[in-house]
Design a protein around this ligand. Structure first.
Ligand SMILES: [Zn+2]
Ligand SMILES: [Zn+2]
Length: 419
């Protein structure tokens, strides 16, 4: 059972939301130095997707220290699901934090910089885990004041499992992470450098794009470079394909429908005087809408097929749907954006445009009404403002208390709202 607050009576309903905010802010201010130490420990020992062994062990110890006993480990490899129960059964609220780091070398500078060469918490998942632990501690201490349960999901491999492996949100759900008790709503946040620390952002409806990956192999026929008419030039066919694929965005999909198609890799040919027999292309498609996503996939097949047929080449396409669009539940957001505005002041909480990046929290958001929001982390005056997925990424650690307060307020308001 979670520790009760030692100085308070067993049950005292905090029926004023402002009183709840105040208590949560006080408790989080008390534990903030410890949370910062936790974040630094996690930051110093980053682990890649599906390899979060040390991270999982560390989280497990912290959760046990909070007195949480309902813990399921090794979910989707190294994931953890922990449940804090209130004084009576009731609604269930989920909080999800991702665990993995990226294959980036962290530049020297911070005293707690990565101790693992080539691996860095450059997407802020160390902050996400810390913020969730902070909310967990406060909610565990307040558990005699609410009905229902808080379910924490520490999720591995958000950045995508290594080739040939499964993992991430999809696997957690497949392994029953959402079962008994099933969340009635689920929350998560992400570090967002365009916003300064102390600020929060959200979108209603689509928040993040889908992410798909495709590879196209174009096969022609080798010939002497002086006699191209005796072969089929895979480079010319691939070049036509690359240019035609750009017309999907500019000429074939409704201009009102956000979609990005990028070819990130093109490889082929043997020598300056040999007509190339094979070219490989790799790219990504991002879309907000499932119909636009499906239409783009079909148009890629059509364009490649036509270009190959028109020149006597053959082809092969592999199209992988990696992550669906992340869609926030509009009514949940309408109900709970005011919670953030109340707790932080409306000038600190902005509604922002959806983004073309992807997030596998999208799978959770398909299972339960969800609200994913942005945690401001930058501090331009202190020179903190590097983008995620770059070696320059850093956060102003005051964002940790902000994130923990935000998740606590959302969870309590959801649990205590009239149904
Ligand atoms: Zn990332
Ligand atoms: Zn991330």
């Amino acid at each position: 059972m979670p520790d009760a607050e030692t100085s308070s009576p067993p049950y005292r309903p905090l029926d004023s939301p402002q009183a709840r905010d105040q208590l949560a802010a006080t408790l989080i201010a008390q534990i903030e130095p410890r949370l910062i130490a936790i974040r630094r420990e996690l930051h110093q020992h980053p682990e890649l997707s599906n390899r979060e062994v040390r991270t999982a062990r560390f989280l497990l110890h912290r959760l046990q220290e909070l007195g949480i006993t309902d813990i399921r480990a090794n979910v989707a490899h190294h994931g953890i699901v922990a449940t804090i129960r209130g004084r009576r059964p009731g609604r269930v609220v989920g909080i999800r934090a991702d665990m993995d780091a990226l294959p980036i070398d962290e530049p020297p500078g911070l005293p707690f910089a990565s101790a693992t060469p080539g691996v860095m918490h450059a997407c802020g998942h160390d902050v996400h885990m810390t913020v969730a632990l902070g909310a967990a501690e406060v909610l565990a201490r307040m558990s005699q004041r609410f009905s229902g349960a808080v379910k924490l999901f520490f999720q591995p491999a958000e950045e995508g499992p290594p080739p040939g492996e499964e993992g991430g949100a999809k696997l957690m759900i497949a392994e029953g992470a959402l079962d008994a008790p099933r969340p009635d709503a689920i929350f998560a946040l992400h570090c967002y450098p365009p916003l300064e620390a102390g600020r929060l952002g959200y979108s209603s409806g689509v928040m993040m794009s889908s992410c798909d990956r495709f590879t196209i192999a174009i096969r022609g026929k080798m010939a002497h470079g002086a006699y191209p008419h005796r072969g089929v030039d895979a480079i010319v066919v691939a070049s036509t394909v690359v240019m035609m694929l750009q017309t999907i965005r500019s000429r074939m999909i409704d201009a009102q429908q956000p979609m990005v198609l990028t070819i990130g890799k093109m490889q082929g040919g043997r020598r300056y005087n040999i007509v190339a027999d094979e070219v490989a292309l790799e790219g990504t498609v991002r879309a907000f809408d499932e119909a636009a996503r499906a239409e783009t996939e079909a148009l890629i097949h059509q364009i490649v097929s036509n270009a190959a047929a028109g020149s006597g080449a053959s082809y092969d396409i592999q199209y992988e749907r990696l992550v669906p669009p992340l869609v926030n539940d509009a009514s949940l957001v309408a109900r709970l954006a005011p919670t953030l505005q109340r707790a932080f002041g409306s000038e600190r909480v902005i509604e922002h445009a959806p983004r073309m990046g992807a997030e596998d929290f999208a799978y959770f958001a398909r299972e339960a009404p969800a609200m994913f929001f942005s945690l401001g982390v930058s501090n331009p005056a202190a020179g903190i403002g590097g983008d995620i997925h770059t070696p320059k990424f850093a956060v102003d650690e005051t964002c940790i208390a902000t994130g923990a307060r935000a998740l606590t307020a959302l969870a309590l308001d959801f649990l205590m709202a009239d149904s």
